[in-house]
Design a protein around this ligand. Structure first.
Ligand SMILES: NC(=O)c1ccc[n+]([C@@H]2O[C@H](COP(=O)([O-])OP(=O)(O)OC[C@H]3O[C@@H](n4cnc5c(N)ncnc54)[C@H](O)[C@@H]3O)[C@@H](O)[C@H]2O)c1
Length: 370
């Protein structure tokens, strides 16, 4: 983590680039907001004609092989050699696409992630996974390709739309539920966290939450970087969510789908007697209080069953659903047989009823009335 990353006085990025040729890639929004400063930084810190900056399409629909080929084509045109480095500046889509392109371009070149979203800073920017959507599935193609560096500057979050902030908060709630009641309590105490207009702005709490989340994520990923063990606590919220995202045509964003999945998984744990009602309510309440969804119309029992089947296949013919036993601790549900269809139906009904009880609207700004 650094401050003033794009200030010409900050040597961090230039030091990681060293003498290498650079092909940098941004999404259109990040180009609009930060393109000039990026170009200014490169102009000041790097030799002329050693770098290019290209704009690539954003959005889940463009997280595709077509965009990967576009990245590789730009790199080839700029004569990026095997010593060169790609730099991805943006959210998880941009870093996943450029990371995957870097893993296959000339059989693999270095890449640096500058994570400009909260999801990027606490999640996509932390591990070694890259990839694109294909064949109707999320992240169908990809590679484990460690970044040469992954750099965060919290100032990027000042321009991030609230919806994207909330998606990052979903991943932070995930880490809190699986590992850390203290982190969970920080979120409970500061439901306006990362809100641009929140006063007083608690930069120290925000930094603590980002750093804690990254540390917990690193501790979870390091022993299992290439996911040889398919029972992963960090998959909490990631059993039903890929199907929800895909079935909604990506109307439901990744973090929103994760939030719904966490509410479903917690409720299932409650119904199966794994988690007591109070702890389940705490989790669902926090998701709602921060302004995230707990249900979507795509969530039919059929879609949930389809999602379970897909997870079971993806996780080596074991279900490995992560459910909380309480905040800060989880266990796995291993077999499809351990999860009766009636529990799923009952869960969906309960969450739908909860949404109806607030008029079908999520209290996005609940925190501000406190
Ligand atoms: N590789 C991994 O381990 C991993 C982990 C988690 C998520 N992901 C992937 O990450 C993706 C989601 O990432 P995301 O939530 O960052 O979404 P995103 O990359 O789609 O970015 C969201 C939007 O915010 C814009 N944006 C980025 N930075 C901004 C800023 N500072 N100010 C204003 N706008 C900005 C982007 O241009 C984009 O339009 C998903 O595809 C998911 O699968 C990957």
């Amino acid at each position: 983590m650094t401050e003033g990353l794009l200030s010409p006085d900050n040597a961090l990025l230039a030091e990681h680039i060293g003498e290498r040729r650079v092909c940098a890639f941004v999404s259109p929004t990040v180009n609009r907001l930060y393109g000039e400063r990026l170009r200014g930084y490169f102009r000041t810190r790097l030799p002329a004609s050693s770098w290019t900056l290209s704009v690539i399409p954003a959005g889940e629909q463009n997280k595709s092989l077509v965009t990967v080929e576009q990245v590789c084509a730009s790199a080839k045109e700029a004569a990026l050699d095997r010593n060169g480095v790609m730099v991805a500046i943006g959210g998880g889509v941009t870093t996943d696409v450029v990371g995957f392109a870097a893993s296959i371009y000339a059989r693999g070149v270095r890449y640096i992630r500058l994570n400009t979203t909260l999801v990027g800073q606490v999640d996509a920017g932390v591990g070694v996974k890259t990839g694109v959507n294909a064949l109707g599935s999320k992240n169908m193609f990809g590679a484990y390709h460690a970044p040469h560096a992954s750099i965060n500057d919290a100032a990027f979050l000042d321009t991030l739309p609230r919806r994207d902030v909330l998606c990052g908060l979903a991943e932070i709630i995930k880490m809190a539920v699986i590992r850390d009641d203290g982190l969970f309590r920080s979120l409970e105490q500061h439901p306006g966290i990362f809100h641009r207009d929140a006063r007083p702005r608690r930069a120290n709490v925000e930094e603590h939450v980002i750093r804690t989340s990254i540390r917990l994520m690193l501790e979870e990923l390091c022993p299992n970087l290439r996911e040889l063990n398919l029972a992963r606590p960090v998959d909490f919220g990631h059993t039903f969510s890929p199907a929800i995202e895909t079935a909604s045509g990506y109307r439901v964003a990744h973090g929103e789908a994760v939030a719904i999945d966490m509410a479903v998984s917690s409720h299932l744990a409650r119904l199966l007697g794994i988690c007591d009602a109070e702890e389940c309510e705490r989790i669902v309440d926090l998701i709602v209080d921060l302004g995230l969804p707990i249900f979507d119309e795509t969530c039919t029992p059929e879609l949930m069953q389809h999602a379970l089947r897909a997870s079971w296949e993806r996780r080596g013919r074991r279900l490995n659903i992560v459910v909380p036993t309480r905040v800060g601790s989880i266990r796995f549900i291993d077999d499809l047989d351990d999860l009766p269809g009636s529990a799923i139906e009952e869960t969906l009904k309960a969450l739908q009823a909860r949404v109806r009880s607030v008029g079908g609207r999520f209290p996005v700004s609940a925190w501000s009335s406190r």
